[in-house]
Design a protein around this ligand. Structure first.
Ligand code: 5AD
Ligand code: SF4
Length: 437
């Protein structure tokens, strides 16, 4: 989401007459986009801002700004931590950035916090140089209010963009050569469930779906030139029969879903207000796999949530073994100001969080190795991206399951081609294989 927002702000600045710098050292304007989801992310951003502001001693005209969730959350306080910062604009006012930069460049007052909340739906959506793949935001904000999460405070309530606006943006990207679209939303499967009517686009010919998100997938699939559609992040409540059918029946929809589980313990899931039990989560997984057996699933897990016992932790480990994720991102609980979980004693020690974190990473490694090994001998479809960074005589791309695949090119192969590769070897991160005629 932040990668996407950074690009949209950069595109807005280019639209206002700026030129993209080749690298950070050469930039007269640097804006750090920030995340508040864990304390560590904020510490890193503040450290980076400190270094950038120190560089102003040699380059007094350089402008340094901060945007994103930390800017939104800290307000003016960010200037106490980084006194020589030029500006801070929260994620819900990102549209104002080009104007703020123009003011400062014209000698206007620096050190400004733009507190105006101009509405989370009024954000930039431009794209810079379109490559093969692009992110498109479809759902802004979040209404779920999981007990540990700061996102709803920072990004505000959920807002589904009109389907027509999304489809038009994607058609424009496709005409610029984009072949793969990733639809973004904190809880993307909620698309269109809060706001009626989002469906102001004409219904697709022969529409096969009634729910708003599958319908959106169907509409995006009809955009000429779009060969692949991905989306993130999922929630079990959105893993309906229709979504499973969309995975199976819309050829462009890639067989991969990032479906954060957070914990395998019902007691902890309830405390987190996730809205499902471990069993309901696994039922969602089964529903998807029943329609698309080869679907890849990835997840997020938090270890050391307040009150998490050894038994709760073991329940998470057991769920991992049942779900057999292709990848898991494991996070240590970090109390975030203003969230309900921050009121509870952060009672799992740092050492214990570390032990649980490492144990789940090891568990995931083992599952990942076995999952990847199972692809040897099978054929996958790969979007050819070009020479591999490690060994430029070979090419790389990703298969529908979002795994990196390395293969030997043939004359005439072009970036953006969809090719079939038979897998001959696998390591935990990568698949290797040969093109199939
Ligand atoms: N502490 C640790 N991890 C968190 N996440 C969100 N909030 C917190 C927190 N307070 C994790 C969740 C989410 C991912 C993006 O970050 O696992 O899915
Ligand atoms: Fe945070 Fe939960 Fe919303 Fe995800 S679904 S952004 S974890 S509140």
């Amino acid at each position: 989401m932040n990668v996407r927002d950074s690009e949209a702000v950069a595109a807005a600045l280019v639209g206002a007459g700026h030129t993209a710098a080749v690298d950070e050292a050469g930039a007269d304007l640097v804006i750090v986009n920030t995340c508040s989801v864990r304390a560590k992310a904020e510490e890193k951003a503040l450290g980076k801002l400190g270094l950038l502001c120190a560089s102003k001693r040699e380059r007094p005209r350089r402008i340094i700004g901060v945007m994103g969730c930390m800017a939104q959350r800290m307000g003016e306080k960010v200037f106490e931590k980084v006194p020589t910062l030029d500006f801070s604009v929260g994620c819900r006012a990102a549209r104002l950035i080009p104007g703020v930069v123009a003011d400062i460049a014209a000698g206007g007052c620096g050190r400004r916090w733009v507190a105006e909340d101009i509405g989370c739906h009024d954000v930039p959506h431009g794209h810079l140089n379109a490559g093969l793949s692009a992110f498109v935001t479809v759902l802004l904000g979040c209404n779920r209010r999981c007990s540990y999460c700061i996102v709803p405070d920072a990004r505000g309530p959920e807002y589904s963009r009109p389907a027509k606006e999304i489809v038009d943006e994607i058609a424009c990207l496709a005409s610029r050569g984009v072949r793969e679209i990733t639809l973004l939303g904190q809880s993307v499967l909620n698309y269109g469930r809060q706001r009626e009517p989002v469906w102001d686009a004409p219904a697709c010919a022969g529409a096969a779906f009634a729910e708003p998100f599958p319908r959106l997938l169907e509409a995006v699939a009809q955009v000429p030139g779009i060969r692949r559609i991905r989306f993130t992040s999922g929630h079990p409540a959105g893993c309906t029969e229709e979504l499973a059918r969309a995975f199976r029946d819309i050829p462009q929809v890639c067989p991969h879903l990032h479906l954060p589980v957070q914990s395998g313990s019902d007691r902890i899931l309830k405390a987190m207000r996730r809205g499902y039990t471990a069993e309901q989560y696994l039922e969602a997984v089964e529903r998807l796999r029943a329609h698309v057996p080869e679907i890849a699933l990835t997840t997020d897990i938090i270890v050391g949530y307040p009150g998490e016992t050894e038994e709760d932790f073991e329940a998470t480990r057991a769920l991992m073994r049942t779900a057999r994720f292709d990848n898991s991102f494991i996070f240590k609980f970090s109390p975030r100001p203003g969230t309900p979980a921050a009121q509870l004693p952060d009672d799992v020690s740092p050492e214990e969080k570390d032990r649980r974190n490492k144990a789940l990473l090891a568990e995931q490694d083992e599952i990942g190795v076995a999952n990847n090994a199972a692809w040897v001998g099978r054929t996958v479809e790969v979007l050819a991206e070009g020479p591999s960074l490690r060994n430029p005589s070979r090419w790389s791309g990703r298969c529908g399951q979002n795994k990196v695949v390395i293969f030997d090119p043939v004359p005439g192969l072009t970036r953006g081609d969809l090719v079939k590769v038979e897998i001959s070897r696998a390591n935990p991160q990568t698949l290797f294989g040969n093109l199939v005629a």
